[in-house]
Ligand binder design. Sequence first.
Ligand code: 13P
Ligand code: SF4
Length: 324
Amino acid sequence: MSKLKTNNNLIKEIQYWKKKREAVILAHNYQIPEVQDIADFVGDSLELSQQAAKTDAKIIIFCGVHFMAESAAIFSPQKTVLIPDLKAGCSLAASITAQELRKWKKQYPKAVVVTYVNTSAEVKAESDYCCTSTNAVKIVNSLPSNQEILFVPDMFLGDYVAKMTGRKNMIIYPGECHVHARVRPQDITHKMDEHPKAEFLIHPECGCVSTCMHYVAAGDIPVRQLADKTHILSTGGMMKYAKSSAASEYVVATETGILYRLKKENPKKNFIPLRDDMVCQFMKMITLPKLLNSLKNLEFEVKVPKEIADRARIPIERMQQLSN
Ligand code: 13P
Ligand code: SF4
């Protein structure tokens, strides 16, 4: 059977089972095109946790990585949250465990912990505030300027926030995402030379963000005046920016899965990946056959123990209050 025919059959079956189970399918912006197309909602990590909290559906099929499904489970303990592949993890979330964080906190007893959402529920339970790439600067700015902060776990986002807020009292954990850490400033200069009219969209987890921020802040990005064209955004922020901007060409520095949605929603505009190899193999583990299996066999449930969920909810709720 051709791939198209197989996919068409799978799509029909998924739709049948979705209705039967009264389920909702949520997909992250980095999911493969077939999964994005069949989802009820596609978005960034914050948007997906908001959708999970407000849906009436009792079953949520979470097409993303494990920590995102955990966040949905934390906010909807009465709903069943399923992930089509339990191995869909995140190298950034894996860079710190709750035990490591507890040890680190002991060294800085007066500090508060600000944790990026790409962490396990157990790490969130040890934290004071959560943040996303969209609101990290706002959350840190809302804390008293003399308050010492432990920022966990992304060193590039942490460095970006420290520069944007001008704080000298942020202690940043040395974690990183293997996909975003690949980016080097010379990748940007080469690509922007090739596309001199393009705008530049970059995710704050990128390895070169701190260098970019330094250039932008110092106003000394050479000839091409990259500073005016650089936009540091979450994946949801990139979607909104591309829609509202008049530019017709964009160089995109994040996981390449987002290009499908950018092109689909802006068919007249041109989107160029900064590097073709920025691919998150965890995000790509979710496929149509696995999604169908989830619906049919109600696999694989992501459950967070009540004691952990109750503690993990606190920093997320503080983030939501501060970012409104
Ligand atoms: P967003 O919240 O911007 O979607 O990012 C999530 C993520 O995992 C980035 O790699
Ligand atoms: Fe995690 Fe990086 Fe994949 Fe995002 S791209 S889910 S941060 S491993």
